[in-house]
Design a protein around this ligand. Structure first.
Ligand code: ADP
Ligand code: MG
Length: 310
């Protein structure tokens, strides 16, 4: 049995352009393995192809070519098994307004062929905090409640893999925290593999063990979160000089710039030099320092570096 929850090979998708619009190549040959048990982040700017990829996994979009294995089952050869292994919380709210939360979960369980005796609607309603709204019509629920119901819907068949497309985009802090704690618990207590797309880099940095970055339909990075962060080994020393600088000091291998607030930012590669060298060079240049702090690259720097238009 493979160690991977998902194996994607040379995945391509071209949307047919309608009404005179040209065809759109949304995925240009993506290879990606997602390990079992991980919380995996799929990041990328708007239009990168994240939803296309997730909707292909979910069986909502038909790929143009390539192969997808879900929990060891080829999507084309074993469509039923591969579908049963995955639950998807889509980006847009697609709920039938005339069903109640309990009704919504029951219908979804029916679609997945879960026998009545094995359904866990009450437990799911409890988990998503909608027990007291079980019999309310979906159209009367708040946006946050509907989103929680979408999460519940993704869980009715107890899938091995849970996929969430921008689960916290545009939600308030309270709901975001509730969603995140639910997701963490599903991962820790049930060993569920979690795949999520987000454009909140801070969140990916905090939640995800591994990250793939996609841009213009191509994978541009795939690594552990720690390695991605370590990849940019630049450090910046920010110095508040005693007197404003007339000229920038010319320091070998160090990029110096003055900022609007009068501080001097010195950026260098941690592999080549250390902070001591930089300070030594400043002293030699006759600069007196009032205050000093350091800045480190974060995921946002890595992201910008990898998705910058070239
Ligand atoms: P993301 O989720 O990363 O923002 P998408 O997968 O939604 O990106 O979109 C990738 C590209 O494919 C975009 O250029 C988008 O406009 C295009 N696209 C998405 N869905 C369709 C569709 N149904 N028909 C035509 N083009 C589409
Ligand atoms: Mg999207």
């Amino acid at each position: 049995m493979s160690e991977n929850a998902i194996e994607i090979r040379d995945l391509r998708k071209t949307y047919r352009g309608g009404k005179g619009a040209p065809p759109k190549e949304a995925l240009k040959g993506v290879d990606l393995d997602i390990p079992k048990g991980s919380i995996f982040g799929l990041l990328g700017p708007n239009g990168a192809g994240k939803s296309t990829m997730i909707n292909i996994l979910a069986g909502l979009v038909v790929k143009s070519s390539g192969s997808v294995r879900i929990w060891g089952f080829d999507q084309d050869q074993n469509p039923r098994q591969s579908r049963a292994a995955i639950g998807v919380m889509p980006q847009e709210l697609n709920l039938d307004p005339f069903f109640t939360p309990r009704g919504t979960l029951e219908v979804q369980a029916g679609l997945y062929g879960v026998p009545k005796a094995q359904r866990k609607s009450d437990a799911i309603l409890e988990m998503i905090g909608l027990s007291d709204k079980a019999e309310a019509y979906a159209r009367t629920l708040s946006g946050g409640m509907r989103r929680r119901l979408l999460l519940g819907k993704a869980l009715v068949h107890d899938p091995h893999i849970l996929v969430l497309d921008e689960p916290t985009a545009g939600v308030d802090i309270e709901l975001r925290q509730m969603l995140w704690s639910n997701i963490r618990r599903l991962n820790e207590e049930r060993g569920m593999t979690i795949i999520l797309t987000t454009h909140y880099l801070e969140e990916a940095e905090e939640m995800c063990d591994e990250i793939a970055i996609i841009n213009h339909g191509e994978l541009v990075a795939r690594d552990s979160t720690a390695n991605l962060l370590g990849r940019l080994d630049t450090r910046t020393l920010v110095i508040d000089p005693v007197a404003p600088l007339a000229v920038l000091p010319n320091l070998d291998g160090i990029i110096a710039e003055t900022r609007a607030d009068g501080t001097l930012a010195l950026t260098y590669h941690a592999e080549e030099r250390d902070a001591g060298d930089v300070l030594e060079a400043l002293r030699t240049a006759g600069l007196r320092i009032r205050d000093i702090r350091t800045e480190q690259a974060d995921l946002e720097d890595v992201f910008l570096d990898l998705t910058a238009t070239r």
